[in-house]
Design a protein around this ligand. Structure first.
Ligand SMILES: [Zn+2]
Length: 471
């Protein structure tokens, strides 16, 4: 751990070495529990056996009880169509009087295995090889569940009744199916789930051996742009020249959405700079499979462009395919855009900014219509708040290296929901994955060394929050 992290949070009354020894002593048993969880193919998609999802919830409930928490329930709410949502495991250890409560989130459902031919081993038989555990859900997110359970076990062993923090475990059962009942669930069980700090163990570390706290997520808006030039199609030989076709004018509209650098050119959008972090241009080019000679767009560090600035892409177009093309001046063309939003950007304001941009960019006076689509909130952790500082301290202490404050270019919609429904809570996004974990893909795996560090980091974080609330 660098001096930097030590400075941020002075060492307090946390039995670091005792917790380290306890996590280490129990680690083989924790890994064995992970193997058992991976064997249950609990998938919340309609096409899969719902009995396995129930079995998965039951197994998680039993694990939680084994960590010394007796108040364990399996809860669900109905989807909009009246069918039941996935079974969530909710367990509580009440806070001692006057002490805060921490909500520990993970999910027990997993992605379908996909094409079995791509797997080198059976997806539901966890196999250890070269320090990694392979299997569907080994990382996403069954290891997240065990990071919670393992850390609580260590705290019980080392601190016993001295540990006064309230703990609520919330292990969702439908995350990989898009969390269809998440909001309703939070609204229904708001009181049961309310907490001062929320730990979401479903993200990634920076790389093997380097932990990360995910401190920001971009928001998202999308919509459709339609360009009309004529009441109907006409022959391009008879009319082409004085009149431009709709796809050509749509291309001109699209071209106004970025400036010559490739930065988003829509006025009024929030953009920020992320402190430069080790993501060299060469690494980005390799990760994104950029072809030789293609220049990168935007300005500032790569991580700023990925995490704290807007990004716009065209994700679909309605124009005839080449196979159906004819010598016609097409009168209408449509494009769907997707606009990633910087943390702190209000999605409605972004949508309004797009509408205003399109209103003032109408090449050749074409009729340009804008149909707004979906909106998703961004998220940002206050990294100067006590819980975030404690989390960074805990990661640095567990791994022995300075943690990265990492952004994420994508969104995790349920985090926006948590943020909205529990506005007072500090949300910490942690995780057990690394860039090689291949969550959702074939040969998903977990780095076992980092898994042990993640359990210890969570135990240290909880012990720290407990000690601070006692002080
Ligand atoms: Zn996940």
């Amino acid at each position: 751990m660098s001096e930097d992290t030590q400075k941020r949070v002075p060492a307090l009354d946390v039995p670091v070495e005792g917790l380290r020894a306890s996590v280490k002593g129990n680690f083989a048993a924790t890994v064995a529990e992970l193997v058992e969880l991976v064997a249950i193919p609990g998938i919340a998609w309609d096409a899969f056996d719902p009995a396995e999802l129930e079995r998965s919830a039951d197994a998680v409930a039993a694990l939680v009880r084994s960590a010394g928490i007796d108040d364990v329930q399996i809860l669900r709410v109905d989807k909009e169509d009246g069918t039941p949502g996935g079974p969530a495991v909710v367990a509580r250890r009440p806070a001692q009087p006057g002490r805060p409560t921490v909500l520990l989130y993970a999910h027990h459902d997993v992605q379908p295995p996909g094409d079995r031919a791509l797997w080198k081993t059976d997806p539901f038989t966890a196999v250890e090889k070269d320090g990694r555990m392979y299997g569907r859900g080994a990382a996403d997110d069954k290891a997240g569940i065990l990071a919670h359970v393992g850390s609580l076990r260590a705290l019980r062993e080392v601190l016993g009744e001295d540990f006064g923090l309230g703990v609520t475990l919330f292990i969702e059962g439908e995350e990989e199916a898009g969390s269809p009942t998440f909001r309703t669930f939070l609204q229904t069980y708001r009181e049961l789930l309310s907490a001062d700090v929320i730990v979401v163990a479903d993200s990634s570390n920076w790389k093997v051996g380097v932990p990360a706290l995910t401190t920001s997520l971009r928001g998202l808006v999308d919509g459709t742009i339609e360009v009309r030039t004529a009441a109907h199609a006409v022959h391009s030989g008879m009319f082409g020249g004085p009149l431009l076709d709709a796809p050509t004018l749509l291309a001109r509209v699209i071209a106004t959405l970025h400036d010559d650098d490739g930065s988003v050119a829509i006025a009024g959008l929030v953009a920020g700079d992320h402190a430069a972090i080790g993501y060299p241009e060469e690494a980005f080019r390799a990760d994104a499979a950029v072809l030789d000679g293609v220049r990168l767009a935007g300005t500032g560090s790569i991580t700023s462009r990925l995490w704290t600035k807007p990004a716009l892409s065209i994700i679909g177009m309605d124009i005839p395919s080449i196979a159906l093309s004819s010598n016609t001046l097409l009168p209408v063309a449509r494009a769907k855009f997707s606009l990633r939003l910087a943390p702190g950007q209000d999605p409605q304001a972004a949508m309004d900014a797009v509408a205003e941009h399109l209103r003032t960019h109408t090449p050749f006076g074409a009729q340009v219509t804008f149909v707004p689509g979906e909106m998703g909130q961004s998220f940002a952790t206050d990294t100067t708040a006590p819980a975030a500082l404690s989390a960074l301290w805990a990661m640095g202490t567990a791994w022995g290296v300075e943690p990265v404050e990492s952004g994420m270019g994508g969104s995790i919609p349920f985090i926006a929901d948590l943020n909205e429904l529990f506005p007072e809570a500090q949300i910490l996004v942690t995780g057990v994955e690394d860039p090689d974990s291949r969550a959702h893909s074939a040969n998903e795996s977990l780095h076992l060394g980092d898994f042990e560090h993640a359990i210890l980091a969570e135990a240290l974080l909880l012990a720290r929050l407990d000690a601070d609330s006692r002080a």
